[in-house]
Ligand binder design. Structure first.
Ligand code: ATP
Ligand code: ZN
Ligand code: MG
Length: 395
């Protein structure tokens, strides 16, 4: 079933991708949506809609477009490093081959289990990132992959990113509820049908990123030194709706981070210094990429103002790797400066009793492996020698 919607106002080029990605959250009937060069939206629908339902859908799409277009100013583009044209042998999408050869198994929405080829690459990148952070003086941490609801509320995550939240629910600790659940619950077409009021109030969510747990770790403390540095690997969850169809965009993924908490100058200096070392790693791995300013995927109502703020204050940069098969790029990592936002919300103080600033550098390991395979193919004989020999040492 198809449905088209002609945008009543022109959609500027710089907003096209954001408009399409936000439309993934406007209506459950939408299975796929594309935007053509004449500002017409083409929706592929899961179910047939009545004329009234189509009108409601049009209204919601118009609302998204109106809000995004009227509130967002064209960002200034700053390219810091450009290795995008570095020649790489790969031309094809690695997904079909990885699935056909059983190296990757799709186990659920935005979920894949990785076999030795992709998991080996992830482990290799992870090891190198940890070596880098530890050599710079970071302390290693391990965090839960859940985060308290009270923390996310405090940092305004519910207002800024409601669409991508994932909740940690459990049954009420009540004998009757548990027994009713055990006997009555059925899974139909992948959807759980359970007795009403089975869940306890939700107090925790699945962590959307790694560094939040470090700010929680430091909450209400006065740091002994003007710069604290931590590194950790974590499982992160972001519900990305119909935008999840390959390793590019997962619900459940792993992120490595190095996190800095300290004076504004020391944090900014560390972001640049460690960021530079991370760039050298990407170059050593032979990746074609660009480092450029970026913004976070804030939800519709907050998008224009928050992305404008990030742009003006130079808060976020992304390492975007080339995907030759689609002539596009994909963010494999980012470098973020939060000013004193987390320090203020979590009451983290410096030795001189001023509020701490913070920043982080994070790489998504599955995305990095995916971009590498898109650039070098799934045959290790085509890979740069250092990675091949690290993964497949010859006796
Ligand atoms: P995007 O703009 O592509 O949605 P982001 O800007 O939200 O990504 P960050 O918050 O900067 O991403 O997270 C750091 C890294 O984590 C990203 O560069 C990417 O490698 C990885 N990452 C983020 N979201 C996902 C996802 N849904 N699936 C896989 N990896 C992800
Ligand atoms: Zn972070
Ligand atoms: Mg981004």
């Amino acid at each position: 079933m198809e449905h088209t919607f002609q945008s009543p106002r022109p959609i500027p080029d710089f907003l096209r991708k954001d408009v399409v990605s936000k439309l993934a959250y406007v209506d459950e009937s939408i299975a796929q949506v594309t935007l053509d060069d004449h500002d017409t939206l083409h929706c592929h629908l899961r179910t047939e809609l009545t004329p009234d339902q189509r009108q409601i859908l049009d209204g919601k799409m118009q609302q998204v477009i109106d809000l995004l277009v009227t509130s967002t100013r064209q960002p200034m583009i700053k390219i810091i490093e450009n290795h995008l044209d570095r020649p790489v042998p790969g031309r094809t999408d690695p997904m079909p081959q990885l699935l056909e050869t059983g190296q990757l198994v799709h186990t659920g929405d935005g979920m894949f289990s990785l076999g030795p080829l992709v998991a080996g690459l992830c482990r290799y990148f992870e090891n190198r990132f940890f070596q880098l952070a530890l050599s710079q003086g970071a302390g290693i941490h391990r965090f839960p992959s859940m985060i308290p609801a009270s923390f996310l509320e405090k940092i305004q995550y519910f207002k800024n990113f409601p669409h991508s939240l994932s909740f940690a629910a459990h049954l009420r600790t009540d004998l009757n509820t548990i027994e009713r659940f055990a006997t009555e619950t059925r899974c139909q077409d992948g959807v759980l049908h359970l007795p009403k009021d089975s869940f306890s109030g939700i107090r925790h969510l699945l962590a959307p990123t790694v560094c939040h747990n470090y700010y929680l770790f430091l909450a209400n403390r006065t740091l002994p030194h003007p710069l604290a540095m931590a590194t950790a690997l974590g499982t992160c969850y972001r519900y990305e709706s119909i935008n999840m169809h390959s390793l590019e965009r997962l619900w459940n993924f792993t992120m490595w981070e190095v996190i800095f908490v300290g004076t504004a100058n020391l944090v900014k200096e560390a972001l640049l210094r460690v960021g530079q070392e991370a760039s050298l790693l990407l170059q050593e791995w032979g990746l074609a990429y660009r480092l450029e300013n970026a913004n976070d995927p804030f939800f519709i109502r907050e998008f224009g103002m928050q992305t404008g703020f990030q742009n003006i204050y130079d808060l976020k940069y992304e390492y975007r790797a080339r995907l030759p098969f689609k002539e596009g790029t994909l963010a494999v990592g980012s470098r973020n400066y939060h000013m004193d936002f987390f320090g203020r919300q979590m009451q983290i103080q410096l030795p001189d009793h001023t509020t701490a600033h913070s920043g982080c550098i994070g790489f998504g390991l599955e995305r990095l492996a995916f971009a590498f395979l898109a650039q070098y193919g799934i045959d290790p004989n085509q890979w740069p020698e250092s990675i091949r020999t690290a993964l497949f040492p010859t006796p």
